[in-house]
Write a protein that binds this ligand. Structure first.
Ligand SMILES: *Cc1c(COP(=O)(O)O)cnc(C)c1O
Length: 377
């Protein structure tokens, strides 16, 4: 260890953005005076309108969190049987499939982008397949055109878990505009948040009443309960936080970008570390900073060492969803995902992380890996 490089206070992997206190309080005062706390209140409606503009989306609906939004989307699309998906994701994606009585079929991933590999989807399609649920992992867009082509050819629905991808664009097109439905998470740990919260973006207008019914106990009117729904409504206080954060999100992404660039510059020279590159066509949101180490031993070593310097990195996503004890799948069926999961480490990344802190983290990594490759001194 190099004691000179220990941080005074812990550097966390993420940190929630917080808007100006007074601007949130002015919304709270309004809500207090109006006594309308949830069920499509005026702040909720305003938030919805502004999100639609920001994301260039034709339709959006808000939810109390991303997970329930995802479950509602699978139900509203009327999916049955099998859903082709990735094991390299957060538990939510696969739990949503299972909670809707659907069967996840795990497809392997691209070793550089960490997303579902479109070349491996078709061989998994059976007569029971109803959809592809792909995840824009770490905000890196999936190969949306290849996925669309496969889905069209086989008559499948496409759902994107875009929990990491708020504000991302591909070839100038907002990431919310691909597939049948995209789910966004507004959880406090994400690039953009409403404390807890979620959103669905979709093109088919006829989904609107169905989604609204599902998130409100399946009710289409006080006396008509047409679906076995749930309660997944976003309240006014969440929407207010969302509106306040929408004002600062561009700056937050910009600050993350500075940290991102510093990491890329400093870590590029280390031979043991593989970085995730952003393609030219993509406008990124710098939501995470994942690196791949040489092997699991080196990854676990680095993670433990960083903690001694008070740098809290996270093994996202490890274990794979197909390794969860609550399930019974064989993770060896997706060897690339298994390999990536054993080697991945997400380094601290948030808007308040300074470039000096990033440099210090990189110095620690270089010191601990004993990397003497060119460019180091
Ligand atoms: C955060 C996350 C979710 C769940 O979102 P919540 O808003 O926390 O319910 C789903 N999928 C992925 C990939 C996530 O990272």
């Amino acid at each position: 260890m190099n004691k000179d490089l220990i941080f005074e206070s812990p550097v966390t992997v993420t940190q929630p953005s917080l808007p100006d206190f007074e601007s949130y309080m002015s919304y709270v005062k309004e809500i207090w005076d109006r006594k309308w706390l949830t069920n499509n209140g005026p702040v909720h409606e305003d938030f919805k309108k502004q999100l639609k503009q920001y994301l260039h989306s034709s339709n959006v609906e808000l939810f109390t969190n991303g997970h329930l939004a995802l479950e509602v989307s699978l139900k509203a699309l009327g999916l049955t049987g099998e859903v082709i998906t990735t094991p390299f994701t957060f538990a939510s994606t696969i739990h949503a499939i299972r909670n809707c009585n659907l069967e996840p079929v795990f497809c392997d991933i691209d070793p550089n982008k960490f997303n579902i590999d479109p070349l491996k989807i078709e061989e998994l399609i059976t007569e029971r397949t109803s959809a592809i649920l792909a995840v824009h992992v770490f905000g890196q867009p999936c190969d949306v055109s290849a996925i669309e082509e496969i889905a069209d050819k086989h008559g499948l629905k496409v759902v994107y878990d875009a929990a990491h991808a708020f504000g991302v664009e591909v070839d100038g097109k907002g990431i919310a505009n691909f597939g049948d439905v995209s789910m966004f998470s507004f959880h406090a740990t994400k690039v953009f948040h409403s404390i807890e919260g979620g959103m669905l973006s979709y093109s088919d207008d006829s989904l609107t009443p169905v989604l609204n019914a599902y998130k409100n106990f399946g009710m289409t009117s006080p006396e008509d309960i047409n679906y076995i729904g749930t309660n997944a409504k976003m309240n006014e206080f969440q929407a207010a936080m969302g509106l306040c954060n929408l004002e600062i999100v561009d700056n937050e992404i910009k600050s993350r970008g500075e940290a991102f660039k510093r990491y890329m510059k400093e870590l590029d020279k280390l031979k043991d570390i593989q970085l995730m590159n952003v393609p030219d066509a993509v406008k990124p949101n710098y939501s995470y900073f994942p690196v791949l180490l040489k092997d699991q031993g080196q990854r676990d070593f680095l993670s433990d060492q960083l903690a001694k310097y008070k740098v809290i990195a996270r093994k996202y996503f490890y274990p794979l969803c197909s390794q969860f004890e609550c399930y019974d799948y064989d993770a060896n069926e997706t060897p690339i995902a298994l390999n990536v999961s054993n080697r991945v480490l997400c380094l601290p990344m948030h808007a308040n992380l300074s470039v000096q802190e990033v440099s210090q983290i990189c110095e620690i990594i270089q010191y601990e890996l004993g990397d003497k490759s060119e460019g180091t001194n």
